[in-house]
Design a protein around this ligand. Structure first.
Ligand SMILES: Cc1cc2nc3c(=O)[nH]c(=O)nc-3n(C[C@H](O)[C@H](O)[C@H](O)COP(=O)(O)OP(=O)(O)OC[C@H]3O[C@@H](n4cnc5c(N)ncnc54)[C@H](O)[C@@H]3O)c2cc1C
Ligand code: FES
Length: 276
């Protein structure tokens, strides 16, 4: 059992948890995730490890409520326990001196991006973060990200704060106005990562994206998380979750992500009706 020692709301439907998980904290590297099971009978689902502290044996997770499992997690209070927190899983981010690195986050992507931006800065890169959200209220981890980069640029879809438009458009504008980057990392919703890759591809900037296919076992056995990169079928849980964004087949992944929509809706309706 894994105790929630702290919990706070970051934005509507988005919650930050500090969880006691000493073995995970000891081995965590940026880019890795855990499989969480809230309670008996619950599904396992992946959440990125946003931060870890070996001394206190804690890890930080940020969860956006989108369905049954994340809804169950949102109801767990400080002092209560999660049934399983398995990990760290996945390959760590390749962090070394690239030079000028741009880290682009869309929505909940700010959470997985945080340890990566910090790691990139710690090894001596010049780090720009482009942080986007639908509006100012939904923007998360702005202050935290500001501490782990040299320049923070903000974009909102509705223009409530910062650049009025998508992060991909802001990135394009910055490059056109003379900024140059040697390496890019983009994390967020699939269409956002695809749009960023279209921009970085145009300027030949190597780009890493973190993919979010449905994961079941997290061990490379079930094939649920398969993705196509440069024509090769790979498993996001063991070969990723980070991949060369310029080689990702976004269309097939987008199709796979919609496959269980009906079941997910049924599951949500059942929870609303029966509370389980
Ligand atoms: C490597 C990885 C890291 C992730 N990190 C975070 C994070 O830090 N914070 C966060 O809020 N979300 C993260 N996600 C997404 C999160 O796992 C899903 O939002 C969650 O599983 C939804 O489950 P649900 O039952 O609440 O929703 P459902 O109604 O079941 O599904 C809603 C949508 O969530 C996705 N999803 C559902 N089940 C899974 C599953 N088992 N594995 C992956 N995706 C699923 C699907 O796209 C689905 O359409 C991550 C996903 C991956 C693959
Ligand atoms: S989650 Fe089963 S192979 Fe990746």
């Amino acid at each position: 059992m894994y105790k929630i020692v702290e919990k706070r709301t970051l934005a509507p439907l988005t919650t930050w948890f500090l969880v006691e998980a000493p073995l995970v904290a000891k081995r965590h590297k940026p880019g890795q995730f855990v499989l969480v099971r809230v309670c008996e009978g619950g599904e396992r689902f992946p959440l990125t490890i946003v931060d870890s502290d070996k001394e206190t044996g804690t890890i930080a997770l940020v969860s956006q409520e989108v369905g049954k499992s994340t809804g169950l997690l949102a109801k767990v209070e400080e002092g209560e326990f999660l049934l399983d927190v398995a990990g760290p899983l996945g390959k760590p981010t390749d962090i070394h001196q690239f030079g000028r690195v741009v880290c682009v986050a869309g929505g909940i992507g700010a959470a997985p991006l945080f340890p990566i931006a910090r790691g990139m800065k710690n090894v001596g890169n010049d780090v720009t973060v482009i942080l986007g959200a639908r509006n100012e209220e939904l923007m998360i981890l702005r202050e935290e990200l500001e501490t782990v980069c040299h320049a923070l640029r903000i974009a909102t879809d509705d223009g409530s704060v910062g650049f009025h438009g998508f992060v991909s458009q802001l990135l394009d504008e910055r490059i056109q106005s003379g900024e140059s980057y040697d390496h890019a990392v983009a994390i967020g919703p699939l269409p956002m990562m695809e749009a960023v890759c279209k921009v970085t591809g145009k300027y030949n900037i190597p780009t890493i994206v973190s993919l979010n296919p449905v994961m079941v076992d997290g061990t490379g056995m079930c094939g649920g998380c398969r993705v196509k990169v440069h024509g090769e079928t790979l498993f996001a849980c063991v070969d990723g979750p980070e991949f060369d964004g310029l080689g990702v087949d976004f269309a097939s992944l987008s199709h796979r992500l919609k496959m269980y929509h009906k079941q997910e809706q049924c599951s949500l309706q059942r929870v609303a009706k029966e509370g389980a």
